[in-house]
Design a binder for this molecule. Sequence first.
Ligand SMILES: C[S@@+](CC[C@H](N)C(=O)[O-])C[C@H]1O[C@@H](n2cnc3c(N)ncnc32)[C@H](O)[C@@H]1O
Length: 78
Amino acid sequence: MRILRGDAADLAGLLRPLGITRACAVVSGLPLLAMRDTVRDRIVEESFALLEPGAPFIQFTYGLASPIPRRKLAWRAR
Ligand SMILES: C[S@@+](CC[C@H](N)C(=O)[O-])C[C@H]1O[C@@H](n2cnc3c(N)ncnc32)[C@H](O)[C@@H]1O
């Protein structure tokens, strides 16, 4: 396992030097509920830009509902 320390809002920039431009999954324990909308949206957008079509974005959250407002969900979510 390789661990990178950096800002998830610049996920593509963190991974590019390693030659990683695609991902088969994103698993997040980031506190999306506590973030400003703009930061949260940036992290989610960066993640989906890396993900293959149909690949999962898995978010662990303490909230009972998605930390990403439903109106923003342009993808299938559960
Ligand atoms: C509740 S802890 C979860 C720790 C671990 N990921 C887990 O799931 O057990 C939230 C972590 O998100 C990190 N974090 C918050 N904003 C971040 C960001 N923009 N980019 C990268 N890490 C961030 C914090 O530094 C903290 O370590």
